[in-house]
Design a protein around this ligand. Structure first.
Ligand SMILES: Cc1cc2nc3c(=O)[nH]c(=O)nc-3n(C[C@H](O)[C@H](O)[C@H](O)COP(=O)(O)OP(=O)(O)OC[C@H]3O[C@@H](n4cnc5c(N)ncnc54)[C@H](O)[C@@H]3O)c2cc1C
Length: 305
């Protein structure tokens, strides 16, 4: 749905996932997809509770989840249900459950994540030359993202939002929105930088690499922090199969998504885990193996420096 190859869909895959030349992308970005999903849910009588944090996942004596507690600005509330699909981080799910054996609590508690800071910059132009035959506005390089190999900077990847969809930029002929991606850990020096310090470092790094020139005009800047952006595969991750077996005992609990499975799932994989869960629920299939087996072929890789 989000990064799907179009014309050569049936041909032998001959390039890395992150280098595919064409894909479908919503005009105003992937959020549009979820706005439509939310609309469909409401129209079919569903209820969406926003600003509600699940703080407790309660299981009864018969291996079933019977309710969750949610914290909202109006206080805490119990929400009962027959079936629970969980996309909250596995670590938080298990921490919120009652009567969990200590060894399972330890595995969940030890699951590691990498966190993420992104700096958006609106600039007049990039100091990079388009040497391809692809026509672009204002000679902009045609890449959607550029991986940064320079070990002299902290920056890991540059997104060029004009190329994802020019509709996301006010005046794509005269300005470029770029997103600078920094991989870090919650609480480290980079995470704790002030907005201004962080934006300053981002601009300096781009100038150092020649992506911006000294004359570049920075029209706008924004910094965003994202906790648990990347589920990581070290510490107690090697024992995750034990935790999965433990969670599979709860008949009406389905772990889906990226952090919900603690797997480096992209958006498509994450959606497929929920399709598989719904398939099992509708067809009365007890095993959850098909849900946990999405994205186990280890074909899709990205590395964070
Ligand atoms: C920097 C970055 C770039 C990416 N780029 C791409 C890309 O180009 N293509 C692609 O396909 N995928 C990409 N991904 C991956 C994609 O974002 C994920 O695969 C997808 O969002 C996972 O969907 P999800 O529903 O499992 O989790 P999320 O989208 O993370 O949704 C989980 C939701 O649960 C909420 N939540 C967490 N805890 C609780 C709680 N206790 N109570 C209530 N709610 C809770 C969170 O706030 C969040 O809204 C990227 C991810 C990152 C971090």
């Amino acid at each position: 749905m989000f990064a799907k190859v179009l014309p050569n869909r049936n041909k032998k895959k001959d390039c890395e996932t992150s280098l595919i030349p064409e894909f479908i992308y919503p005009k105003y970005g992937p959020g549009e997809l979820w706005e439509q999903v939310a609309k469909d849910i409401l129209e079919s009588g569903g209820i969406i509770r926003k600003g509600a944090k699940v703080t407790e996942v309660h299981k009864d004596n018969s291996n079933k989840i019977d309710y969750v507690s949610i914290a909202t600005e109006d206080g805490t509330e119990k929400v009962c249900g027959d079936i629970f699909l969980s996309s909250m981080p596995l670590k938080d799910l298990v921490a919120g459950m009652n009567d969990v054996p200590k060894d399972m609590l330890d595995i969940a508690e030890g699951l590691p994540y990498r966190d993420f800071v992104t700096v958006g910059l609106l600039v007049d132009k990039l100091n990079l030359v388009n040497t391809t035959k692809i026509k672009t506005f204002n000679g902009l390089v045609p890449d959607c993202w550029i991986y940064v190999q320079d070990t002299g900077v902290k920056l890991g990847r540059i997104q060029i939002f004009n190329n994802w969809s020019p509709y996301m930029v006010n005046d794509p002929e005269k300005e470029v929105w770029i997103g600078l991606e920094y991989f870090c850990n919650e609480g480290d020096y980079f995470w704790n930088m002030s907005d201004e310090e962080c934006k300053k470092q981002a601009i300096q790094e781009l100038k150092k690499m020649g992506v911006l020139s000294e004359k570049s005009i920075i029209k706008d800047a924004h910094r965003e922090k994202v906790k648990k952006a990347y589920p990581a595969y070290f510490d107690t991750y090697e024992q995750i199969d034990k935790l999965i077996s433990y969670l599979n005992q709860f008949d009406n609990l389905y772990c889906i998504g990226r952090n919900g499975q603690h797997r480096y799932n992209n958006m498509d994989h994450s959606m497929v885990t929920s399709f598989e869960a719904v398939h099992n629920i509708v067809n009365g299939i007890q095993s959850k193996d098909n849900i946990w087996n999405v994205n186990t072929e280890k074909e899709y890789h990205e590395s964070a420096k």
